[in-house]
Write a protein that binds this ligand. Structure first.
Ligand SMILES: C[S@@+](CC[C@H](N)C(=O)[O-])C[C@H]1O[C@@H](n2cnc3c(N)ncnc32)[C@H](O)[C@@H]1O
Length: 333
């Protein structure tokens, strides 16, 4: 249990990093703010609403794979594991895995959104009394400490759903996958969800939903900067934009200034001309072979994968530093 002094210093360090990243990002020629800052309490709630939207095929597709194939995924992980989830959010998909795993010793949800994480972890602890639930609030792109479960696990496995890996450029994705390979150790496994959709109209609709929830999610970043960093963004003078860049195979999310304007953050001024954008998020789409090649350069070999019946999404089992013994594929109905 951390004391209130430690919690206050963690909060102050996180605020400093947020401020530094925002000042640096807005100070560059192509303005940007890292997408991890979407996720405060309100941002996580908005993301959960996005997951339920008709247009957002990703969650539905990945859930259908988990529902159909959790026992097979659990078999890949094996008994006695400690499962560490990167970017766990509400841990909805994870429940399929926890239900199917044999003698799972502990589940470690890792997320940057502290209140949302605590809430999800409390619900899991009540629903899974046999599994030790050990939440870690951390930025998984940086080193963080794993908790020690009361019972010793036979091994650790990483679960990384939601196509969150698609938020990273390929170079940064490789760096993150390398760290995951080190965490699970030789022969250890990673179960990862990726977006393999190739239908441009469907992809763009998913990020431009008719109810405007994704627009609110994107604009919430400016609200958060106002609240946490003494910003004075006028939310109605920026608009959400999500476009698919076919050449680079990614959706690009931006906040576009509707007018010429000056904004201050923590006393520092930034000018925007009409039409100028703040880049907020990438969402890369991959073919299975392209993602397998990327993972291979991070020391992870594709062992098996599952897709949904529309081939929108894939869940891959990758093994660290293992000899590839052939790739199996299954499709959910
Ligand atoms: C796209 S959502 C996926 C949520 C959930 N895993 C799912 O599949 O629906 C990304 C999640 O990762 C978390 N996240 C994003 N960047 C992070 C970072 N750098 N460190 C830790 N968590 C992060 C967010 O708070 C959010 O819960």
């Amino acid at each position: 249990m951390r004391d209130s002094g430690t919690l206050a210093s963690v909060a102050s360090r996180r605020r400093c990093e947020f401020l530094q990243d925002v000042l640096t990002g807005l100070g560059t020629a192509s303005k940007n703010v890292p997408c991890k800052y979407f996720y405060d309490k309100r941002g996580s709630e908005l993301f959960d609403r996005i997951c339920k939207l008709g247009e957002y095929y990703l969650t539905r597709s990945e859930l259908s794979i988990m529902e159909a194939s959790a026992p097979e995924l659990a078999e890949q992980i094996g008994p006695g594991a400690m499962v560490v989830e990167f970017g766990s959010g509400s841990s909805v998909k994870t429940r399929y895995l926890l239900d199917a795993l044999l003698e799972c010793v502990a589940y470690v949800p890792v997320d940057i959104s502290s209140e949302h994480l605590d809430h999800a972890a409390a619900e899991l602890a009540s629903d899974y009394p046999r599994i030790e639930i050990l939440p870690v609030c951390a930025d998984f792109t940086k080193p963080f400490e794993l908790p020690l479960p009361t019972r010793l696990p036979s091994h650790s496995a990483v679960y990384f759903p939601g196509s969150t890996i698609g938020n990273f450029t390929p170079e940064l994705a490789i760096a993150l996958l390398r760290r995951i390979a080190l965490l699970v150790g030789q022969g250890g496994g990673l179960i990862i969800g990726i977006d393999v959709n190739q239908d441009v109209a469907q992809i763009e609709a998913a990020y431009n939903d008719s109810l405007g929830v994704t627009a609110r999610f994107n604009l919430n970043l400016l609200r958060r900067i106002n609240d946490d960093l003494e910003g004075d963004f006028r939310l109605d003078s920026f608009e959400h934009r999500a476009l698919y860049n076919a050449e680079l195979g990614r959706v690009e999310l931006d906040l576009v200034s509707r007018i010429d304007q000056c904004v201050t953050v923590a006393g520092e001024g930034f000018t925007f001309s009409e039409g100028e954008a703040i880049h907020t998020e990438y969402s890369y789409k991959y073919s299975i072979p392209a993602f397998a090649a990327l993972a291979a350069s991070a020391g992870l070999s594709l062992h098996r994968y599952w897709t949904d019946r529309h081939d929108n999404c894939a869940v891959l089992h990758l093994v660290a530093d293992a000899q590839e013994t052939g790739v199996l594929v299954s499709r959910a109905n």
